[in-house]
Design a protein around this ligand. Structure first.
Ligand code: IPD
Length: 265
């Protein structure tokens, strides 16, 4: 990449690396829940808050006039047309329990379009990145989504929201999908799930109810690795529904999710 995108990529990689080291080295043995958000199981730890502060402080140093949108409340309107979309720990429940699949997700949008995406997964020793139009990478290797298998051989990742009413319906969608595919995975970090589609560790992924900080970086990475991404037919990825899968698998999965009503609660 050149010019502005090269700079944004450099800033995103550095911020994600610093947060990753901080979270890996600094995880307190007695880490507990600092607060709950939309429901009793939607948790925040002191480390989510500290990681977001570390990232926004670094961004303020390198790119003081950009906008910032962060899961833990960062919200500033910039003047440059660049907006950073940050999840300081995606997979907070995994992090809380000492499970390895948590990540730091940082995307840069230019005039509303995601141009850079970085997802650092420190306990995997992997960082995923993409620049719009320039492919996706895992560490320094090119990442490629799988060639689509037949629907009934697809390994499909998904995730669940934090509200009881939403979970009841999500469970019903899974109940109807399981007999039709190879298997289902619930990894616990939407950003990593999208990167797993980008590297072929999942054939496909879908989830209802994500927030932009969960998917902004991972969606670009999946797309740049050759996957298609979207929501309901004709609709881009949004909080309503996110789907990522290679061409040939995306279409039947999207059709099934539409038929099963995976886009509503
Ligand atoms: C959550 C994770 C999880 C997904 C939830 C997200 P958080 O993000 O990405 O995999 O199923 O919908 O909220 O809360 O750990 O940042």
């Amino acid at each position: 990449p050149e010019g502005l995108t090269a700079e944004l990529l450099d800033v995103a990689l550095e911020a994600a690396a610093r947060a990753g080291v901080f979270l890996r080295e600094g995880r307190p043995a007695d880490l507990g829940v600092a607060a709950t958000k939309t429901s009793a199981v939607d948790v925040v730890t002191e480390m989510d808050i500290a990681s977001e502060k570390l990232i926004t402080d670094y961004l303020a140093e390198r790119r003081p006039d950009d906008g910032v949108l962060g899961e833990e409340g960062a919200a500033t309107q910039g003047t440059t047309g660049v907006e950073w979309v940050i999840d300081p720990i995606d997979g907070t429940v995994n992090y809380l329990y000492g499970r390895p699949d948590w990540s730091v997700s940082i995307a840069a949008r230019k005039d509303g379009e995601t141009v850079v995406g970085v997802v650092a997964a420190p306990l995997r020793g992997e960082t995923y990145r993409a620049v719009l139009g320039e492919g996706a990478y895992v560490n320094d290797r090119r990442a490629h989504a799988r060639v689509a298998p037949p629907f009934e051989q697809a390994l499909v990742g998904t995730g669940f929201g934090y509200l009881e009413s939403r979970r009841v319906h999500q469970a019903d969608v899974v109940r109807q999908l399981i007999p039709r595919v190879r298997d289902i995975r619930r990894g616990g970090s939407a950003a990593i799930d999208l990167c797993d589609v980008a590297t072929g560790r999942l054939d496909a992924y879908y989830e209802r109810g994500l927030n932009p900080w969960d998917y902004a970086a991972g969606e670009l990475i999946a797309r740049e690795a050759g996957a298609l991404t979207g929501g309901r037919p004709g609709v881009p990825v949004s909080p309503e529904l996110a789907i990522a899968a290679p061409p040939g698998l995306f279409e039947p999965l999207q059709a099934w999710l539409e038929a099963l009503g995976a886009w509503h609660d």
